[in-house]
Design a protein around this ligand. Structure first.
Ligand code: GDP
Length: 564
């Protein structure tokens, strides 16, 4: 049951100079967050459930959500959203494992939502690339990997479904190296695949873990541990002559072939610790969790503007004050409450229920009272008393907070850099067919724009009365907008696609646009303004955009923009 929230009312108190909200080091050190990226159907839901199972947050995997088939179409996406199941709206799942506080961050899998993924990754410090071992790299793994690389996150790789016929592990390593220029370092190495998948070698300890299938569906798997050097026992336990010899051979070969694990290179995204296993049958899942706790990075600081001149400073997790940034907002999560939530990643200090914070965009020094924040676990959103760096909290958003905003305590202003919008590739006019619905239509559109579900553009000289144009990275974003307008605001909408495929922001400003236009350089190009009145050009193809960028340098074209 969702708790009613009293939310963040504003007060006009004068700011205390220092409030000492420093986080205890022990709370920082024990936190690990992880965002999983994968192509649909590689087993992200299953893996998430199993991690929760081993973390004790779930009694039985599968209890959270029975997911029958891949849902990639629009109606499936909406169905999923409506289910409000663990995988979509939870955003972050918190659980304790041994002494660690694990934060699993959800990322949308479909490439049409890669902008959301990028925002979610802004809140993460570690990423896991989950692969289907039979398929290796797939289109959306590629797309999401690029997003991950932009954020320079340490990346772990887990090859799932080893209980089914799989590619050779060497082949998977080559694929990753050739395509991504990313060196892998096997930590868990598979013994067999398909029906003959026996278990994994832990290369850090040289202990072989041989599994039995879980007796109960959804239960934990029994495991037997044998040191690699105890070949007599090993041979008997593996009970497969060929696999036994192959294991010894592989173990020796890897020692020779593989560069040593270098956590500094992992942190830079040059090397990826590699794991093999099977989420469904639990093989290798707990071992992965153990390794992730010890190898994964604890919450990291972020660069921020702290002075009026554009000087940047590192705000580490042990900075004396509370700081955090908003990376996602969402309305109507609970149809009964019609609430709006802003998701805050805590960067430094301690969140306390009822604390007063300042807002990076507020010029008046106004304070906001964070009366009640929520932990975000599935549909069961409970109110929380404290939060620390690496945590994500949900706060009531009466409309003051937008993606990229910073909240902070203390006298010194802190502003983390905004989260850039992706360059849209799809454009369409949208309108409401019923004039009487206009108010609800506007309200819905404005809300969805605040959430960053799509971007909006208008024609150059339109002061608000002209046709509204939506811009998106992928077609599914449009479909979600239409479906949410209908479900949440009860309005129909009509979309007319526009034949443009690329947008460029004009950093040279309106004067540059006027000049180019007067010189006849913008023929066949649509001149628009974004939500903030900044010039944007729409092109029909890459080639045209590239040639204008090259020939009219004063336009200073940029593929994306950061909200002001
Ligand atoms: P998602 O789309 O990435 O969230 O993938 P799911 O977790 O829903 O899994 C997709 C399908 O693969 C489901 O039918 C799962 O039961 C199946 N699956 C997931 N992990 C494994 C695994 O380790 N082995 C096998 N054989 N099937 C798996």
């Amino acid at each position: 049951t969702a708790t009613a929230i009293s939310g963040s009312s504003s007060t006009e108190d004068t700011p205390p100079v220092s409030t000492n909200y420093q986080a205890p080091q022990i709370e920082i050190d024990r936190r690990r967050n992880l965002a999983i990226i994968s192509h649909p159907d590689s087993g992200k839901t299953t893996m998430t459930e199993k991690l929760l199972l081993y973390g004790g947050a779930l009694q039985q995997a599968g209890a959270v959500r029975q997911k029958a088939e891949q849902r990639a179409t629009q109606s499936d996406f909406m169905e999923m959203e409506q289910e409000r199941g663990i995988s979509i709206s939870s955003t972050v799942m918190n659980f304790e494992y041994q002494d660690f506080g694990i934060r699993l961050m959800d990322t949308p899998g479909h490439q049409d939502f890669s902008e959301d993924t990028y925002r979610a990754l802004a809140a993460a410090d570690n990423a896991l690339m989950l692969l289907d071992a039979a398929k290796g790299l797939e289109p959306q793994t590629r797309k999401l990997f690029e997003v991950c690389r932009m954020r320079r996150l340490p990346l772990f790789t887990f090859c799932n479904k080893m209980d089914r016929p799989a590619l050779s592990p060497y082949e998977i390593m080559d694929q990753i190296e050739d395509e991504f220029g990313l060196e892998t370092h096997p930590i868990l190495w598979p013994i067999g695949d398909g029906d003959r998948f026996k278990g994994v070698l832990d290369r850090t300890t040289n202990v072989v873990h041989l599994y039995q299938k879980a007796e109960k569906r959804g239960g934990k798997a029994g495991v037997q541990e044998v040191p690699l050097e105890d070949t007599v026992t090993l041979k008997a336990t593996i009970d497969d002559e060929e696999l036994f010899h192959k294991l010894l051979e592989d173990a020796e070969l890897l020692e020779e072939l593989i560069n040593p694990l270098d956590m500094e290179r992992v942190m830079k995204g040059e090397q990826s610790p590699l794991f093999f296993g099977s989420a469904m049958t639990n093989f290798g899942v707990q071992l992965f969790l153990d390794k992730f706790c010890s190898m994964g990075t604890k919450p990291m600081g972020r660069m921020a503007d702290t002075k009026s001149e554009n000087e940047e400073e590192m705000i580490g997790p042990n900075h004396e004050e509370f700081t955090g940034f908003i990376f996602k907002t969402q309305a109507n999560l609970d149809p009964k409450h019609r609430d709006r939530l802003a998701y805050v990643r805590v960067v430094s200090g301690r969140y306390e229920k009822g604390m007063k914070v300042s807002h990076s965009r507020s010029k008046s020094g106004k304070k906001y009272n964070l009366a009640q924040a929520q932990a975000l676990f599935g549909s069961d959103r409970s109110s929380i008393e404290v939060a620390y760096p690496g945590d994500v909290i949900g706060i009531n958003n009466p409309g003051n907070f937008a993606i990229g905003d910073t909240l902070f305590t203390g006298g010194a202003r802190v502003a983390f850099p905004g989260i850039p919008s992706f360059s849209p590739e799809k454009f369409a006019y949208i309108r409401s067919p019923n004039p009487s619905d206009y108010k609800s239509f506007r309200k819905g559109i404005d809300q969805l724009l605040d959430e960053g579900a799509v971007q909006a553009l208008r024609q150059r000289n339109d002061d608000g009365g002209g046709p509204l144009m939506l811009a998106a990275v992928g077609q599914l974003q449009f479909e979600v907008v239409q479906a949410r307008l209908k479900n949440e605001y009860n309005v129909e909408s009509i979309m007319e696609p526009l034949n443009y495929s690329l947008a460029r922001w004009v950093d040279g400003g309106w004067e540059a646009v006027e000049k180019a236009d007067a010189d006849g350089k913008l023929f066949g190009i649509m001149i628009c303004q974004d939500r903030w009145g900044r010039p944007v050009l729409l092109f029909r193809n890459d080639w045209k955009a590239a040639s204008v960028a090259e020939e009219e340098k004063y336009l200073d074209l940029k593929p994306w923009s950061t909200p002001p």
